[in-house]
Design a binder for this molecule. Structure first.
Ligand code: ATP
Ligand code: MG
Length: 478
């Protein structure tokens, strides 16, 4: 059990549901047959989560995700089966649980923190840190019932992560905060994960599950339909939610059969080439009006409030990094960028020691910490291998912002050899952040703008070429 953080064995949960609210009262007062209907929110779930794993739980509304988390956390008892957990659990469940709406934020930090297993003294010691993380200003002294859902999540998350949990359980809450706060939360989740913590994460955000989780399970009508790698599980989940009603049952069967037999990430078997339908090339029937890009022209701008809340600097060793910023090519500082335009990411490095094998680096990441792309520049390539003490370098990375609207974060780092040891000399995580502004119209989707140029030609009758149908199980080529 030592390497297992959570073990569920045949867990089921049955709720009693009443058609009429009055029936519940009648059941209490009048003897005889119950007026309730049993409803199985979870059926026979067996799951073992090794210590240190990040597990994503996905499924449509009402599939049993929150019920499962509550059983793991211990706020609900299973009707059947056994649950074992190993370590201190901290949970961020659905809004409202574990907080008293009449208490102020300050009082709730103590109330909720004690529920999560911290002593009053421990909470007093961490109070300032928790309050700073929540960052809700004077609302800290007001009753929680007056909070917006965003403020509430800030407070709840702040308490949850400051209990230093072995197991962190997060139910869909992060989507409520703004980007800066989300980044802060993800950074803490990564830190808990890197420290060997176990994380259970419920999310409807498919990309977040793929980025963050080592493993995912798909719940469907209380059943654990699939347990596997996040990419596979998310794909099947999306197939299931978009399946035509007549196909759902069959699809469930297909998904169940995937358990255990982990297929390759990309399976050719999913494509069936049905038929090449046309022998003669066909003539387009509709003339197309060229599409003209409309809407006001966007300009890059600077928002002073847009600062990475998670900036982390490491102790430097022989060189100091400073002033990381993004500018236009003309040198104007900006942080609200326009997609497809070029910018500079710059910082200065002051060398306090003589350094050889100098190297400068940068990296762009998403809110959840996915590393999108970066570069490193070796001094040697510029003909400079050894830098005397007292030198200042202005480092510039010119890049094209091929990213779709969202918020992004940048790292900066300088490495080299000092005293015969090669390594980081100074390193800033989340040194800068920027947003990519949304254009009125774009056909790009996803995170990275691959400058896709979509087109379609319309014909009378059947389409020419190949018809590709997804989701069947054999590969035929012609
Ligand atoms: N206390 C309860 N009494 C009766 N039924 C309940 C109770 N709690 C949950 N249920 C039912 O159990 C099922 C699973 O609920 P649950 O909240 O676990 O779903 P979920 O997957 O978290 O959904 P969502 O994505 O909407 O958060 C739902 O049909 C819900 O109506
Ligand atoms: Mg839920």
């Amino acid at each position: 059990m030592n390497d297992v953080a959570i073990a569920l064995n045949g867990v089921s949960k049955c709720f009693q549901r009443y058609e009429q609210p009055a029936d519940r009262l009648k059941d209490l007062l009048l003897p005889g047959r119950s007026r309730s209907n049993p409803f199985w929110a979870l059926r026979d779930i067996s799951l073992e989560v090794p210590r240190g794993q990040t597990l994503g739980i996905i499924g449509r509304n009402g599939s049993g995700k929150s019920t499962l988390l509550q059983i793991i956390v211990g706020t609900l008892m299973p009707s059947q089966g056994a649950v074992r957990t190993n370590g201190r659990i901290s949970a961020l469940l659905e809004l409202g649980s574990g907080f008293d709406p009449e208490f102020t934020g300050r009082q709730n930090i103590f109330f909720n923190g004690q529920m999560l297993g911290l002593s009053r003294a421990e909470l007093e010691e961490r109070f300032d840190e928790i309050a700073a993380f929540a960052d809700i200003g004077e609302f800290l002294e007001r009753p929680v019932k007056t909070y917006s859902s965003g403020m509430f999540v800030r407070l709840a998350f702040a308490v949850a992560i400051h209990t230093q949990p072995d197991i962190l359980v997060v139910d869909e809450a992060l989507s409520v905060g703004d980007e800066a706060f989300q980044r802060k939360c993800y950074a803490r989740i990564h830190a808990i994960r890197d420290g060997g913590g176990t994380i259970l994460f419920v999310s409807h955000g498919a990309s977040t599950v793929v980025e963050l989780c080592d493993r995912a399970v798909l719940l469907d009508g209380g059943e654990m339909l699939l347990d596997g790698n996040p990419k596979l599980v998310v794909d099947k989940y999306q197939k299931l939610i978009y399946a035509p009603p007549g196909r759902v049952e069959e699809l469930r069967g297909e998904i169940r059969r995937l358990n255990g037999a982990e297929p390759a990430m990309f399976s050719h078997k999913e494509l069936t080439i049905v038929e090449s339908m046309a022998s003669e090339p066909m003539q387009p029937v509709m003339a197309r009006t060229p599409w003209v890009k409309g809407g006001p022209k966007l300009t890059p701008s600077f928002d002073p409030d847009l600062k990475p809340p998670t900036m982390t600097t490491y102790a430097s060793r022989g060189a100091q990094l400073a002033e990381p910023q993004i500018t236009t090519l003309k040198g104007k500082p900006v942080n609200c960028l326009i997609g497809r335009e070029e910018y500079l990411y710059t910082y200065t490095v002051r060398f306090e020691r003589e350094v050889s094998q100098v190297r400068f680096g940068m990296l762009i990441k998403t809110i959840s910490g996915l590393e999108l792309g970066g570069a490193s520049l070796e001094g040697r390539r510029l003909g400079i291998d050894r830098v005397p003490a007292g030198t200042v370098a202005k480092v510039k990375f010119r890049f094209k912002c091929l990213l779709n609207p969202d918020a992004y974060f940048l790292n900066a780092g300088v490495s080299g050899t000092v005293d015969g040891v090669f390594g980081y000399l100074d390193r800033w995580i989340d040194a800068a952040m920027f947003k990519v502004q949304a254009e009125e119209f774009t056909w790009a989707s996803g995170m990275v703008d691959l400058m896709v140029d979509p087109d379609a030609t319309f014909y009378d009758g059947v389409a020419d070429g190949l018809v590709i149908e997804q989701g069947t199980s054999s590969l035929e080529t012609r």
